[in-house]
Write a protein that binds this ligand. Structure first.
Ligand code: SF4
Length: 377
């Protein structure tokens, strides 16, 4: 089968004790059935500790915020005592994500890991995918159900074309995003009519000029507060997120009394950030690569474009506020941090993703028109 990964995938190594925001802090780790059985069979005092530190619903206990097996040197005691193969699936897979459809397996690295984020933003290299033939995995890794396979070709073509739109640097990033949204809406029409085979001809005849028909419809400052209200409903995955969102909201409330002032703050940050716009491009492509192929199953292609753009808008707000709070500076560490905080909160909670997806369907602030206006600000 064909394995497809981002160009930097093979460069990833867990930073373990050197990691500042270890994934073993702040999260409850679910133990899979196979490893639960194994942990229950480990003999001796370490076996007893394993059983003691697992909850009845098969999670590792937390000591404060830390996994019970994370030692003082920030190393994993299970890894040390029993070796890498003894790690449960969550620990051995993280931060990797995976989707499998047909004879293709796509893997990537989630932005909630600071090392994965560092690699994504390392240099201004256009995002690309590397492919190689691999053995079929013994265990099926999240295959898309057979009955949805007919959508694979069309959705994959549309996803790849959406990435190409985002990479067209003859246009500003904001213009590209508007075209990207319009294109995703057109793909959605094909899927709504159960005609995924029409996506190829849509791409052939696609005219980006169609995306230029926009009239003023929304107040972007009000839209900011509406987006914040959506994101405030989330279950708390991490405290950093709550604080970052609150600081962002408070700063904008204090410094932007109207849409013009809000746009002015963004304009100043945008000018400062101009030479690093590729970082935003990478973020958008990351969301596109990671999530769009799941439209094979549920046909929610446009919903995922809304997700990518809404995520961009929230991240852009948080970036801008951090820039001003830093005394008009925004470092690479800030870039990694904001992306990590966002991804940790949103991408690790099915409940949060589902709540957002519903808002995208029903709230005016996420309509095609309103998202485009907010992007262009
Ligand atoms: S967040 Fe990433 S680098 Fe840090 S401990 Fe987890 S996998 Fe390793």
């Amino acid at each position: 089968m064909l394995l497809r990964v981002p160009y930097y995938y093979e460069n990833f190594f867990c930073q373990a004790s050197k990691c500042k925001h270890s994934c073993c802090v702040g999260w409850e780790i679910d133990v899979d059935k196979e490893k639960e059985k194994y942990y229950k069979s480990v003999p001796g005092s370490f076996g007893e500790r394993l059983r003691r530190e697992m909850t009845e619903d098969d999670k590792f206990r937390l000591k404060g915020e830390r996994c019970a097996f994370l030692n003082e040197e920030n190393l994993c005691d299970i890894f040390i005592a029993l070796g890498e193969d003894a790690l449960c699936e969550t620990c051995s897979e993280y931060p990797r994500f995976c989707i499998r459809y047909g004879n293709i397996m796509e893997r990537g690295l989630g932005l909630s890991c600071e090392e994965a984020a560092r690699l994504l933003f390392l240099e201004d290299v256009p995002f690309s995918l590397v492919e190689k033939e691999v053995e079929e995995p013994e265990e099926e890794e999240m295959p898309v159900e057979e009955k949805y396979q007919k959508n694979c070709v069309g959705v994959e073509q549309a996803r790849d074309y959406a990435i190409r739109i985002l990479q067209d640097r003859t246009k500003s990033l904001e213009e590209r995003m508007v075209i990207y949204l319009f294109f995703a809406k057109a793909v959605q029409e094909c899927l709504n009519y159960n005609k995924p085979e029409k996506i190829a001809s849509l791409i052939e005849t696609w005219n980006p000029e169609d995306a230029n028909k926009l009239e003023k419809n929304c107040d972007c400052l009000e839209a900011f507060y509406e987006r914040v209200a959506s994101y405030e409903q989330f279950e708390d995955v991490n405290a950093e997120w709550k604080e970052t969102l609150a600081v962002t909201k408070a700063f904008i409330k204090e410094h932007a009394k109207n849409e013009k002032e809000y746009a002015g703050l963004h304009k100043e940050f945008r000018a400062y950030y101009e030479s690093r716009i590729f970082e935003w491009e990478q973020i958008l492509i990351y969301f596109t690569y990671r999530h769009f192929m799941w439209s094979i199953e549920d046909s929610r292609f446009f919903n995922r474009a809304q997700y990518a753009v809404s995520s961009f808008l929230m991240i852009r707000d948080m970036d801008m506020v951090r820039f001003f709070l830093n005394g008009k500076e925004y470092t690479k560490a800030d870039r990694i941090d904001v992306a990590r905080i966002y991804s940790t909160e949103i991408e690790h909670s099915e409940e949060n993703v589902e709540m957002l997806a519903e808002d995208f369907d029903f709230e005016e602030v996420y309509s095609l028109q309103n998202l485009c206006e907010q992007v262009l600000l």
